[in-house]
Ligand binder design. Structure first.
Ligand code: PPS
Length: 295
């Protein structure tokens, strides 16, 4: 009988108290030793916050709107996922080491686990946050299709895991708060998914200012068009269509699933919503962060 694939339906194990996919543990010393460069741009997010979207926007900015250059490879090759291990591929760390600067780097690590060289080099960081309810829904669908994760169980069971932070990369609440605190002292552009949905032009202009770059109006239009949900959904270089279905089964749920704010209303029951709100107030008490759960 064939051995079970160790990358499928992995268990979560704590790394410095944060639940992580089992496969990441062995590689952790290499992650901690990553040497950041001052010209790196780190894209940090909790999973499902709009990582791929902001990555493609920045790629388009770096390539002055040249769509063909942005189609040269899949997004996880162009913007290596620092702490990740894909079976049969170089690790995120190895990809970064082989990459020519300026590097774009993806991470889902909570701020307290970021390799210290990123703080020391003072490189720029873009953090994107998304409201907790849509996060829970998007992550639940992702757990079902991206089979590196543990089985999610029912929606009710998954929601409990999400609220208690027992999901890959840990607590959403701690993640958004940890990075919010860091944004007070580091060069971090803290963006919100809901703002990007509401007015992508305004948010891309913010990114341009932060990166101290300028593009023509034509290029800005190209960036907005190329990174619209529909364009990205149809683009195999960003929709993860190149990942084998045994790892990401898009027939279970598409990676580019709905791309909206407020989808949580289709899944949360009234009772779940009440319980979630109460728990949310407790966990976010004293924090100045404000999220919109619809736009
Ligand atoms: S991952 O796996 O953590 O890297 O996923 P991530 O890219 O952070 O998040 C995936 C969700 O972002 C939505 N998405 C978009 N929404 C609007 N516009 C654009 N262009 C866009 N690109 C990706 C994607 O659909 C996932 O959200 P859900 O709610 O599941 O649809």
């Amino acid at each position: 009988m064939a051995e079970p694939n160790p990358f499928l339906r992995q268990k979560l194990v704590p790394i410095r108290g944060v639940p992580m996919l089992d496969s990441l543990v062995e590689n952790w010393p290499a992650v901690e030793a990553v040497q950041a460069r001052p010209d790196d741009l780190l894209i940090a997010t909790y999973p499902k916050a709009g990582t791929t979207w902001i990555s493609e926007i920045v790629e388009m900015i770096y390539h002055n709107g040249d769509v063909e250059k942005c189609r040269r490879d899949a997004i996880h090759v162009r913007v290596p996922f620092m702490e990740m291990i894909f079976p049969g591929h170089p690790t995120g760390v190895q990809q970064l080491e082989a990459m020519k600067p300026p590097r774009l780097i993806k991470t889902h690590l909570p701020a307290q686990l970021l390799p210290k060289s990123f703080w020391e080099t003072y490189c720029k960081i873009i953090y994107v946050a998304r409201n907790a309810k849509d996060e829970a829904v998007s992550y639940f669908h992702f757990y079902q299709m991206a089979k590196v994760h543990p089985e999610p169980g029912t929606w009710q069971e998954y929601l409990e895991s999400f609220m208690s932070g027992d999901v890959a990369f840990g607590s959403w609440y701690d993640h958004v708060k940890g990075w919010w605190e860091k944004a007070k002292e580091h060069r971090i552009l803290y963006l919100f998914y809901e703002d990007m949905k509401e007015d992508p032009r305004r948010e891309v202009l913010k990114v341009l200012r932060f990166l101290e770059r300028d593009v023509s109006d034509d290029v800005l239009e190209k960036i907005l068009h190329h990174t619209s949900f529909q364009e990205m959904k149809d683009n195999p270089m960003v929709n993860y269509g190149v990942v084998p279905s045994k790892f990401m089964d898009q027939s279970v749920s598409a990676f580019m699933r709905k791309g909206i704010a407020g989808d949580w209303k289709n899944l949360f029951t009234v009772a779940q919503n009440e319980r979630f709100n109460e728990d949310y107030e407790r966990k976010m008490a004293g924090c100045t962060l404000r999220f919109r759960t619809e736009i």
